[in-house]
Structure formats: C-alpha cells, structure tokens
Design a protein around this ligand. Structure first.
Ligand code: AMP
Length: 282
C-alpha cells in the first residue's frame, strides 16, 4: 500500500490505473480510524479494482470553537488499519495542498437539507464538507464513493450535490458500525472520560426504545420524540442539541410515522458532541 501526500503523485497513479481499465473505489475520512471506517474500506475492496482512502482533517468543516486543532490524528496507525482492510492507496495531503494560499472557491449546497439537524447548530459545516468532497472527487475521480449512515445528513447533502453538479460517481451508503454496548463508533469517542463513555450509551438506548415503540404500533412522531428526549435527559451528563424524526429523503420533520423515516439526534456528553440515528421502513 502506498501513502501519498500530493495531488500530483496521486493523479499520476490514477491515470495509470485508468489506462489499464481499473475501477476506483474511494473512502474519504478524517482519520483516527476505527471499524466503522474499515467497514467502508472492505466494502470498497469487494466492489473495485483500486481502493483509495483519504485521510484529511478538513479545516473548512469545523466552526469556530470546534475541535479542529484537537481532533485526534495518527497516520501511522491509520495506515496499518486501512492496509489490513485492503486499501491500495492512502491519500494524506497537508492543509496547504488542499487549500493553497489564494484558494477562494467553495461549493455550497443551497438546499433546505443543509440547514436542518446538524446544519442548524454547525453553520458552514456542510459547505466545508461539499467543498472538500468535490475537491477529492476531482482528484480521485472515483467510480464509487463509500459513506457511513452514521452521518445520514452528510449522505443526503452529498447525493444532492452529486446530482446538481452532474458528478459521475455512485454514492454507496454503508451501515453504522457500533461498539458492543451499542455506542456508534466515532473518532470523537476517544474524548470521552470513563463516566462519559458509560453515559454515552444513552443515545443508542434511546433510539432502540423508540424503534421498539414504533414496532409496537406507535405512529405519533411527537410522542416518540418525547420518549427519546426524556430518556436522554435522565442522563445527567447529557445535553441535547436535537432529536428529530424526519422523512428519510427530504429530512423534513414528520408528524405521522410512516414510510421511510430517519430518527436523528445530536447530544453533548460532557464537552463531546455525538450523533446517532436509525432509519426505519414503517
Ligand atoms: P469521519 O472520519 O468521521 O469523517 O468519517 C469518515 C466516513 O466514515 C464517513 O462516511 C462516516 O460516515 C463513516 N463512519 C464514521 N463512523 C462510522 C460508523 N460508526 N459506522 C459506519 N461508518 C462510519
């Protein structure tokens, strides 16, 4: 497996692969990898000739006061993990490579879906995401790109962008990978102290309870939201950012639970902001 840092190097390699008719699978990440990330790499390995993983902590998707500086980084460990998962190339550029001085073009999806859920509390976040993903797509030219359902809104925003900008790539959503106790894996879980780590399972527990009452026949979204809010609020270390039950496609809030729905939430556990969600067909 090769680790490349410059756009020039990776373009050269991709040109060669294309000449030989190879398909390209791409997994964009911010590093500090876990099994959630490697599940995407393994899926890409199954479906493509060449698998490229990018590791880049993208400054433009972090707001002021967020954790860009402190975001965990460990390229050596990450490289080993993606190599074991079957990747061929890691692309790990410096910030100056992706945003050279004078760089002044951004991709902004002016869709209602960017303003809801995480978009409401993290202003500018999705503009950073769509900008970096466009740059990476332009560099890697993937046939397929793999994203985790953990960031369900991110997938919706990227699908919209790909449609709107006629980008020739298939977006492949992949299931959420969880710890044994149900906590969705996240690089940010490393911020949690022992008490916080124990408290954090309230997110997935609340989602499971919601799923259960829906299976039992509850169709009132407000009642289900309240159940989730009450459950999470009973955990003293938690502070809810949002709990929303929305249409899976439009991310519009719904009143009656029916069709393809997404129950999404963001909760601070201590100072760590965690997200989780569940999709249901009702
Ligand atoms: P990140 O490094 O957090 O930007 O995530 C990179 C990719 O991995 C995104 O597509 C995430 O949705 C995906 N991902 C992160 N955590 C998980 C998880 N627990 N299960 C599945 N995919 C994940």
């Amino acid at each position: 497996m090769k680790v490349l840092n410059t756009i020039k190097e990776i373009r050269l390699l991709i040109r060669g692969a294309r000449k030989n008719g190879k398909s390209i699978g791409f997994v964009p990440t911010m590093g500090y990898l876990h099994e959630g990330h490697t599940s995407l790499v393994k899926k890409a390995r199954e479906e493509n000739d060449l698998v490229i993983v990018s590791i880049f902590v993208n400054p433009t998707q972090f707001g002021q006061g967020e954790d860009f500086e402190s975001y965990p980084r460990n390229l050596e460990r990450d490289s080993k993990l993606v190599e074991d998962a079957g990747a061929d190339i890691v692309f790990s550029p410096l910030v100056e490579e992706m945003y050279p001085s004078g760089c002044s073009t951004y991709v902004d999806t002016d869709s209602a879906i960017t303003k809801k859920l995480c978009g409401a509390s993290r202003r500018g976040h999705f503009r950073g995401v769509t900008t970096i993903v466009t740059k990476l797509f332009n560099i890697v030219t993937p046939d397929r790109a793999y994203f985790g359902q953990k960031d369900a809104q991110q997938i919706a925003v990227i699908e919209q962008m790909v449609r709107d900008l006629c980008i020739d790539v298939e977006i492949v959503p992949c299931p959420i990978v969880r710890e044994e106790d149900g906590l969705a894996m996240s690089s940010r879980n490393t911020y949690l102290g022992d008490d916080e780590r124990r408290a954090a399972i309230v997110l997935s527990k609340a989602l499971s309870s919601a799923e259960e009452v829906i299976k039992e026949g509850e169709r009132n979204a407000l009642k289900v939201s309240k159940l989730i809010v009450d459950k999470i609020s009973s955990q003293p270390l938690s502070k809810i950012d949002y709990v929303e039950i929305v249409c899976d496609k439009t991310l519009e809030a719904i009143e009656e639970i029916k069709g393809s729905i997404l129950i999404a939430l963001a909760v601070n556990i201590g100072r760590t902001r965690l997200i989780d969600n569940v999709r249901l067909e009702v």
